[in-house]
Design a protein around this ligand. Structure first.
Ligand SMILES: [Fe+2]
Ligand SMILES: [Fe+2]
Length: 248
């Protein structure tokens, strides 16, 4: 247990800070250093919800990694679609891992008794509007990607035998937290297959995601698990600070 945790008031929960869509570019040097230091004073664990870099360039990842060294609490996270743009997500992940971020995926982690599992997720739409695997091979391949991501999430969540777990995503699992975006792009903001995976478990206490920059902060899965859109733009608009703080 770190020094911060011993001094925080505790009632069996820990404080999760979550933020996504930093979109670090080559002109962003030291933009987030003070923020990570502040978060380390306020929270017990940090979750990064993807689109950490703007184009998935190694230089961008290095700039973020430099700032991440100011984070003194455990850090978990997933990549976003922007981190894939240069075709080298493994490189981006490796650089961020080197700065202390546990990149979630097949493997889940436990921090102070709370489980964390995560995937980037994928698009495909919500509820009755969800795209099905029918017709052309290209459509089927597209839907396969969404199914694979939700299966990966389900498998990682299943490994966690904790009383409380958190799912960390980039894409939205529910429509609630994309409301505010143009209706025409809803299907490109997430996919309810992710919520289907989450709702198979009774121990998930929160879901955090990003990607929908103009979405809404709070929603829930069909079974009532709280979902938080932690894109920095949403947090700034709704919380008056760039990150979410959630007791889990
Ligand atoms: Fe983004
Ligand atoms: Fe994104």
């Amino acid at each position: 247990m770190n020094e911060r945790s011993e001094t925080k008031p505790r009632n069996g929960t820990i404080t999760l800070a979550a933020i996504g869509d930093l979109h670090v570019n080559e002109a962003s040097e030291h933009r987030y250093r003070d923020l990570f230091a502040e978060i380390s004073e306020t929270a017990d664990v940090l979750a990064l919800c993807g689109d950490l870099t703007n184009f998935g360039k190694t230089r961008e990842a290095e700039i973020l990694a430099e700032d991440l060294r100011a984070c003194t609490i455990p850090c978990v996270g997933v990549l976003g679609n922007h981190d894939y743009e240069c075709g080298q997500p493994e490189e981006v992940a490796k650089i961020l891992h080197g700065a202390g971020m546990t990149v979630l995926g097949e493997q889940a982690v436990i921090v102070e008794g709370v489980g964390f599992a995560g995937v980037k997720g994928f698009i495909g739409g919500f509820g009755r509007g969800e795209l099905g695997a029918f017709g052309e091979p290209a459509i089927k391949a597209f839907v396969d990607e969404a199914v694979d991501e939700s299966r990966k999430l389900e498998n990682a969540l299943r490994t966690l035998k904790t009383d409380r777990s958190v799912a960390v995503l980039h894409y939205a699992p529910v429509v609630d937290t994309v409301e505010g975006e143009p209706l025409e792009i809803y299907p490109f903001l997430g996919c309810s297959r992710l919520a289907d995976a989450i709702d198979r478990f009774d121990n998930i206490v929160a879901v955090v995601h990003g990607h929908a920059h103009r979405g809404r902060y709070r929603g829930q899965t069909p079974r009532g698990t709280p979902v938080y859109n932690c894109a920095i733009m949403v947090a700034e608009a709704e919380l008056n600070r760039p990150y979410a703080l959630i007791e889990v």
